[in-house]
Design a protein around this ligand. Structure first.
Ligand code: SAH
Ligand code: SF4
Length: 422
């Protein structure tokens, strides 16, 4: 959209006439950072030769949606605010700000179109993210997402399949389907979830690798689980956020499943795909979490054996039900639990990677290592990062976006390394 206006991207704020912040407000840290960064724009001089009399600064996304006018009240040098539902208005808002000056604040209640109807540019020509739903209906008690992204809306099966086919025809070999809860895809359109149909339809485009995120345990169906054994393109990796291992806390979180149900899902998934790599999200320090509750989370992690765990310290979000819950656990206690969990998670990631310590894995090459330009870096089917020396006579430009076989010889916590054999 910005390129259509004649804009192009630059590497530094100093060189930019227009700065657009796309924001997240899931946790407080991002909030704090945004205010600091927008404030700092004032002190950075404009580049020489710019036709503008001031740098145009815009804030969009979830914080824009939540705070709207308040942002310009607090930061008068901010020019444009837009929300999650009107990304399409950004070019108009920026143009008006340049031509007429003053503040342009536009935040809508709900979306009229899917973001994918807008022009897109992909980071890699061989991989695509494909949103199948936007919004969320789950209202987990700690989470701000439903308030800033609106109710869950699904795109039609035809739309999604057509887009996926277009990507595959253009050379994309890896598609990741996206939604806050992909498992409930279609409920709003068809009266029942149709995520399994979407997986089959997208597999039918001939895509080599298919992934999805995020999957809510309360809606993960046996039909979807079975597809891990039926669709060769469906990669053996499942991100299934558990959040807590304590039934009492899960209830307070409004997650609508139990520890037992979750563990049963894991058992079923492993029955279908014994080699599957599992990952999860966990919140430590939810209001009222006791040592016993935490211990249940710790034990669950130990029992499942994850390849990767995203750990978060609970962050109070105003406007959510959890923000009103009594929260008197001392910060140090929460931090100590968090550190204990991270230690376990790292040991587990190492242990899981050992399973592939002398495997041969197919790797989708993404580029070279930041530390060593002679090493190629890519992803295994389980989504592990894999390093290998670039074979003699080959260049990264010809390898990027292709698949190579790597014979692994070393498995570490965060990556596998080996040599290209094919
Ligand atoms: N829809 C996805 C996740 C979206 S947010 C799902 O339900 O799994 C990504 C992760 O951020 C969540 O899984 C949760 O672990 C974490 N998160 C959300 N709100 C949070 C909060 N208030 N404090 C700490 N972590 C939070
Ligand atoms: Fe937030 Fe829960 Fe929706 Fe995920 S499912 S986005 S955690 S409300």
């Amino acid at each position: 959209m910005l390129e259509a206006l004649g804009a192009y991207s630059v590497d530094s704020v100093e060189a930019a006439d227009v700065v657009v912040f796309m924001t997240c407000c899931v946790r407080e840290a991002a909030d704090v950072r945004l205010y600091g960064q927008v404030a700092s724009m004032k002190n950075i001089p404009l580049r020489e030769g710019t036709p503008l009399s001031k740098r145009i600064v815009a804030v969009g996304g979830c914080i824009g949606q939540r705070d709207g006018q308040e942002l310009v009240d607090k930061m008068p040098h901010l020019d444009v605010v837009f929300g999650t539902h009107n990304l399409a208005s950004l070019p108009t808002l920026l143009t008006e700000a340049v031509q007429k000056g003053g503040h342009r604040v536009q935040v809508l209640e709900s979306s009229t179109e899917f973001p994918t109807d807008l022009p897109t540019q992909r980071e890699h020509e061989w991989a695509a993210w494909l949103p199948i739903t936007i919004g969320c209906n789950n209202f987990c008690s700690y989470c701000i997402v439903p308030y800033v992204r609106g109710r869950e809306k699904s795109r039609t099966i035809e739309d999604i399949t057509e887009e996926a086919q277009r990507y595959v025809d253009a050379g994309v070999t890896e598609i990741t389907l996206l939604g806050q809860n992909v498992n409930s895809y279609g409920r709003d359109l068809y009266g029942e979830p149709r995520f399994a149909q979407i997986l089959k339809a997208v597999a039918g485009t001939g895509v080599k690798r298919l992934r999805f995120a995020t999957s809510h345990p309360k809606d993960l169906s046996d039909e979807v689980i079975a597809l891990f054994g039926e669709l060769p393109c469906l990669m053996p990796a499942l991100h299934l956020p558990v959040q807590s291992g304590s039934n009492r806390i899960l209830k307070e979180m409004n997650r609508r499943y139990t520890r037992e149900h979750y563990l049963e899902l894991i058992r079923k998934v492993r029955e279908v795909r014994p080699d599957i790599a599992l990952s999860t999200d966990i919140i430590v320090g939810f209001p009222g979490e006791t040592e016993e509750d935490f211990q249940q989370t710790y034990d669950l992690v130990k029992e499942v054996g994850y390849g990767q765990v995203f750990t978060f310290i609970y962050s109070k979000r105003e406007g959510t039900p959890a923000a009103k819950m009594e929260d008197d656990t001392p910060r140090e206690v929460i931090q100590e639990r968090f550190d204990r969990l991270v230690e376990l998670v790292q040991a587990q990631a190492y242990e899981q990677n050992q399973k592939d310590a002398d495997a041969t894995v197919e790797v989708l090459v993404e580029g070279t290592s930041k530390r060593d330009a002679n090493l190629l870096v890519g992803k295994s089917p389980k989504n592990q990062t894999v390093h290998a020396p670039i074979p003699e006579g080959r260049t990264i430009d010809e390898l990027a976006g292709t698949y190579v076989s790597v014979k692994v010889d070393t498995a570490r916590t965060w990556y596998l390394s080996g040599t290209v054999v094919d």
